[in-house]
Each structure stands twice: as structure tokens, then as C-alpha cells.
Design a protein around this ligand. Structure first.
Ligand code: HEM
Length: 272
């Protein structure tokens, strides 16, 4: 067996394993996001249908304020469009839908991009009018998340119009991860609590502390950082790098799986 053959086989194998691990991570993440969407629809939607808006405040301290119509409508819009974006986004990445239902892909894509702006602006309005539960550093980190996702949406849109699909693919991946920053925050927090069995690095009463600050920025910077390395490694096709990246994704699969499980069982289901 000559060395060229062995090298080629190794490259093909490492490439295959990298693709498989990326797909497995994506599948687990989408399942976790749809569980989150199910919780948001059931918890906030049922309360709204029953006219029991005060129930929102069991989770969002200033979610509903008697008489503050604009503010209440903005919170409602934020939650409604959060569900639309969480459910609709992953459908864009499914090859069969993209190939066979092109018109659906185009429309769903447009809805996704517009929704990004609505969720982003309503979120920033909520920060400016009421602030977040994590304090001013949390206000800054989540606002930056909002700005970042709107910038990514502009680039995703532009590259689609230019029919530059290589670049478009990259921008939609960045957009997808930035849009899911709030979901990463929740599974990250629950993973941390699962590992330690108690609050560490933050005060559970005030919801402030070094870990919350770290997670506030990490909720989008960590997934985006991993994505950039993944894209580079995929391009360069060097087996050692691809095996190392597969390991990183393998660890991400375990972390995401535990985070989703802990958030579902420990945070979302008990509220329903
Ligand atoms: C598109 C992505 C986003 C989604 C899917 C989303 C989803 C949600 C959901 C489901 C809640 C209710 C909290 C819960 O029940 O766990 C919420 C609350 C909130 N969101 Fe968003 N959101 C997004 C982006 C943003 C952005 C960019 C900002 C700010 C710039 C923001 C600011 C807020 C605020 C202030 C709250 C109230 C909770 C708190 O005090 O932290 N959101 N969001």
C-alpha cells in the first residue's frame, strides 16, 4: 500500500467524520431549539389566549405592565417572532427542502431575515425601556448580540442577491448562531448548573456574577469562534486539523445534549 493512498484515505475519512459530527451537532441543536420554541408557545401563548398576561411575569420580571400598551405589545411581538425564527431557521438548512421547494426556501429566508430585525429591535427596545435580568453588563452583551445578528442578516441578504452562494452559506451560518445566542445562554447556564450541582460564579438571587458576565458574551462569541475555525479547517482539508475539529464538535455534541436535557427538565417543562 503506498503512502499517497493512505494519505488520501485518511483525508476522506477525516472529512467524512467532520461532516457527520457537524450534522449530529446540528440535529441535536435544532431539537433543543424546537423544545425551547414549544415552551415559549405553550407558556406565553396559553397565558395570552386566556388573557392572563400577569403569568408572563413569573418568568420575565417586567414582561407585562398594566396599562403600558406599547411596552406590552413589544414584549408580545418579541416572543411571537422568537418562535417564528426558532422554528423557521433550521428548515433553511435542510437540503431536500432547499432543492425541491426553492420558492419556500426563498420566502422562508425573507421571513427569517425580516424576523431577525423585528426580534433584534424589539429586544433592544426592551433593554432600553426595562433592562435585562442580568444587569447593565448583560444589557450590553445581549444588545451587542442583537446588533451582530442584524449585521449578519444584511450580509446574508446581500450575498443571496449577488448570487454569491459560497459567501451566503457562511453568513447564514453566522446568522443562525447569533440568532440562537439567547438559546445558547439558557443551555449554557443549565449545563453549568448540571456540572456543579449548585450555582457557582454567580449569585442566584441577583443573577449577577463573573460566570453570568462570561456567558453573556460567550453565548454568541463561543459558537461563532468555533464556526470560524470549523470553516477554515473544512477549507484546508488537512487530516490532523479535521480530526481535531471532529473532537471539538464531539465535545460540543455532548455539552449541547446535556445542556438541552438540563434546560428542558430543569427550566422549561416545570413552567408548563
Ligand atoms: C432572535 C433571537 C431572539 C430570540 C429567539 C429571543 C427569545 C426570547 C424569549 C423566548 C424570551 C423569554 C425568556 C424566557 O422565557 O426564557 C426573551 C426575553 C427577552 N429578550 Fe429575547 N430573544 C432574541 C433576541 C433578543 C435580543 C437581540 C435582545 C436584546 C437586544 C433580547 C432581549 C430580551 C429581553 C430583555 C428579554 C426579557 C428577559 C430578560 O430580562 O433578560 N432578545 N427573548
Amino acid at each position: 500500500m503506498n503512502t499517497t493512498y493512505i494519505n488520501e484515505t485518511n483525508t476522506i475519512r477525516s472529512q467524512k467524520m467532520l461532516n457527520i459530527s457537524a450534522r449530529v451537532w446540528f440535529t441535536i441543536a435544532v431539537l433543543g431549539q424546537w423544545i425551547f420554541a414549544f415552551y415559549v408557545t405553550t407558556f406565553y401563548g396559553t397565558a395570552a389566549i386566556e388573557g392572563n398576561y400577569q403569568k408572563w411575569n413569573e418568568v420575565l420580571p417586567h414582561g407585562y405592565t398594566e396599562g403600558a400598551t406599547i411596552s406590552n405589545v413589544v414584549v408580545g411581538i418579541h416572543l411571537l417572532f422568537a418562535v417564528i425564527i426558532i422554528i423557521g431557521g433550521p428548515l433553511q438548512f435542510i437540503d431536500k427542502i432547499r432543492m425541491r421547494a426553492r420558492s419556500f426556501h426563498r420566502w422562508n429566508g425573507k421571513i427569517y431575515l425580516v424576523t431577525t430585525f423585528i426580534a433584534g429591535f424589539s429586544g433592544i427596545y426592551m433593554i432600553l425601556s426595562k433592562g435585562s435580568v442580568t444587569g447593565w453588563i448583560g444589557d450590553i452583551s445581549v444588545s451587542f448580540n442583537g446588533i451582530l445578528m442584524m449585521i449578519f442578516a444584511v450580509f446574508a441578504w446581500r450575498t443571496a442577491l449577488q448570487k454569491n452562494f459560497v459567501s451566503h452559506n457562511r453568513w447564514v451560518l453566522r446568522l443562525f448562531l447569533a440568532v440562537n445566542g439567547v438559546w445558547f445562554f439558557r443551555i449554557g447556564l443549565m449545563l453549568w448548573l448540571f456540572i456543579h450541582g449548585k450555582p457557582v460564579g454567580f449569585d442566584p438571587e441577583t443573577f449577577r456574577g463573573p460566570f453570568i458576565t462570561f456567558l453573556g458574551f460567550g453565548q454568541y462569541l463561543i459558537p461563532l469562534g468555533i464556526l470560524e475555525v470549523y470553516l477554515k479547517v473544512k477549507d484546508r482539508k488537512i487530516p490532523l486539523e479535521q480530526w481535531s475539529m471532529t473532537m471539538v464538535l464531539f465535545i460540543s455534541i455532548i455539552a449541547t445534549g446535556i445542556g438541552v436535557f438540563a434546560a428542558t427538565v430543569g427550566m422549561w417543562l416545570p413552567r408548563l
